[in-house]
Design a protein around this ligand. Structure first.
Ligand code: NAP
Ligand code: GLV
Length: 330
């Protein structure tokens, strides 16, 4: 009998590869840059399983190249790069890694919030450029107070809730808007539900934690930025296209809002000549939300276990399309 084959589209922790090698022949993409669609198609032509990341677009055209594929395991919680419905139509299980990365990701969210509020990146660049000529000045480098300010969470899911908890730890008032109202979390944490317009106009910090869907693309564009306070700070830790980058550039350069902090951009990676990078009131990190050693290791292990379970014909720890389990006798 031929051993099952899996393709892993990026280098991952060796212990996760070791786990996979117990159930299948494992082929790992060796380069730093991801495979292009042609290369990915070639690699999965005979594969039973695919371990993928957010940089691989998994749509009908790529799935046409993979007639044997039974399982896709995404090394992420966000699935906007995977056409899950199309996978379901073809009877392909899709795994993902929710929950385990929420705390690490919210840590970066709060680091971005603090950096933008207290101008950490901007003042550090100033020191390194030799600008620090006197030890202290009462009027230099004034930033926004975080303590007591209002934090507006858009998307009260697993990461949004962790971000809210961090805000509460800094004695912030936390308001939220989400698709579904969550009375039990309001009660437990003292969170206040508000409509989106009220969230935008009342928040000192607006923090985005919604998935990228056709509905949430450009959730923040010119009208929303104009609703925000001139002192407000926008944090995007979700996906780049949730914010219209052109509108954001105008809002930051014309000071409709005070600052923004981005861990995600559109396009991603952001080109070095993107006008946003010329702005001092922008803090930016390269999509590092979940990038702590222990969280990334755990994500790799969960993604490997999801893939192994799919290959063995078992239920996964985290499946994005469990509705197709019955069609597989599960
Ligand atoms: P989650 O638990 O599913 O939370 C997403 C929340 O957004 C849910 O509460 C959801 O609905 C709400 N929502 C969905 N559509 C909405 C809409 N149109 N309007 C308002 N609320 C809406 O997911 P998560 O684990 O928190 O992750 C959220 C996103 O963060 C991911 O999809 C991914 O794109 C991004 N992410 C980024 C990084 C990074 O490194 N920067 C790391 C991990 C994840 P309900 O209100 O119905 O619950
Ligand atoms: C990372 O962006 C994720 O969705 O896990």
């Amino acid at each position: 009998m031929i051993n099952p084959r899996v393709f892993v589209s990026r280098k991952i922790f060796p212990e996760a590869l070791e786990l996979l090698s117990q159930v299948a022949e494992v082929d790992v993409w060796p380069d730093e840059l991801p495979p292009n669609p042609q290369e990915l198609g070639n690699k999965i032509a005979n594969a039973d399983g695919l371990l993928t990341t957010i940089m691989d677009r998994i749509d009908a055209s790529i799935l046409d190249r993979a007639p044997r594929l039974k399982v896709i395991s995404q090394l992420a919680v966000g699935l906007d790069n995977v056409d899950v419905e199309e996978a379901s139509r073809r009877g392909i299980l899709v795994g993902f890694t929710p929950g385990i990365l929420s705390k690490a990701t919210a840590d970066v969210g709060f680091a971005l919030l603090l950096s933008a509020a207290r101008r950490i990146g901007e003042s550090e660049r100033w020191v390194r450029a030799g600008g620090w000529e006197m030890s202290f000045h009462p009027m230099y480098w004034l930033g926004a107070e975080v303590n007591g300010a209002t934090l507006g969470i858009v998307g009260l899911g697993q990461i949004g809730l962790e971000m809210a908890k961090r805000g509460l730890g800094f004695d912030m008032r936390v308001i939220y808007h989400s698709r579904t109202r969550k009375p039990e979390l309001e009660e437990k944490y003292g969170l206040e539900y508000v409509p989106p317009q009220e969230l935008l106009s009342e928040s000192d910090f607006v923090s985005l934690h919604i998935p990228l869907t056709p509905e949430t693309r450009h959730f923040i564009s010119e009208p929303e930025l104009r609703m925000m306070k001139p002192t407000a700070i926008l944090i995007n830790l979700a996906r780049g296209p949730v914010v219209d980058p052109k509108a954001l550039y105008t809002a930051l350069s014309e000071k409709w809002i005070q600052a923004a902090a981005l861990d995600v951009t559109d396009p991603e990676p952001i080109p070095p000549d993107d006008p946003l990078l010329t702005l001092d009131n922008l803090v930016i990190t390269p999509h590092i939300g979940s990038a702590s050693v222990s969280t990334r290791r755990e994500m790799c292990m969960v993604a490997a276990r999801n893939l192994a379970a799919g290959i063995r014909g078992e239920k996964m720890e985290h499946c994005a399309n469990p509705e197709i389990y019955p069609s597989k006798g599960l």
